[in-house]
Design a protein around this ligand. Sequence first.
Ligand SMILES: C[S@@+](CC[C@H](N)C(=O)[O-])C[C@H]1O[C@@H](n2cnc3c(N)ncnc32)[C@H](O)[C@@H]1O
Length: 282
Amino acid sequence: MSFTLKTLIETMEKNPALAGADRLRQRLDMLDELDACLMRAGDASGPADVALRHRAEAIRTQWEALNAACYDFMRDEIRQGVAPSGLLRWMKDAAFEPGDAYDFRDELLSGVLAFDEPDAGIAELPSEMVFYQPTPARHIVDMIERTGLGDGDVLVDLGSGLGHVPLLAAICTGARCIGIELEQAYVQAAQRCAQTLHLGRVRFVQQDARVADVSEGTVFYLYTPFVGSVLSTVLDTLRQEASARDIRICTFGPCTATVAKQSWLKAVDPLKPGRIAVFRAS
Ligand SMILES: C[S@@+](CC[C@H](N)C(=O)[O-])C[C@H]1O[C@@H](n2cnc3c(N)ncnc32)[C@H](O)[C@@H]1O
């Protein structure tokens, strides 16, 4: 029997204040800790272990229902266009941490966006194209703030996956947002989410970023969707766009090093490891 697990379950069961809507973050953190404790406890099968696992499942079910009610409330706010939404308030409830780890904000964003995720039929990508992984939510908020993304902007996420970046940007700002993604199943899931949340300023296009029309974009985002010649081709297109108007290019992950070497681009502020970089044509 794990005594840490026992102590955690007791804390969760005996503290009615944790059931409040204002304790969403604590519940998310403690549910995360519960998973870690259960993992460490393994599958020990003594009667005390089994009883503890049952209690863990009961409190998890109860707290997930409480959290779902909070997500429903935020989804209603988003549909009604309430600004700033409760979602944004929670997104700013913790200090920014660099790096690619996920935290309670990602669980929260998943709960609010509630994708019906495709679980099969995802096509394998050609070489130089990178599989789907979402940007941690705090980085999206960080990018929105640092670019001052607003009404006059059009954010284009090149390789948008399920669409976390355009969807959260459309919820939090007045910008128009476009996601360009090769995988049809991701595009469909993102579109369904936008429709359900009545987000009229965001749209998703199923296309190879190399041939996509990016002429409307003012701020471009790339979470290393591709590398090598695919990245070079897309950067050539962006360079042409930059010769016609002022654009910014935001990057996360390994593609930042390649983008930083482009002589036509200059970082807006000093590059920091594990943080989105923002570039402007020099
Ligand atoms: C690392 S994920 C980033 C997802 C999303 N931008 C985010 O930050 O949450 C890269 C995405 O790019 C997509 N992708 C890869 N190559 C692409 C291409 N040539 N055109 C459009 N999308 C592409 C992948 O399918 C994947 O969903």
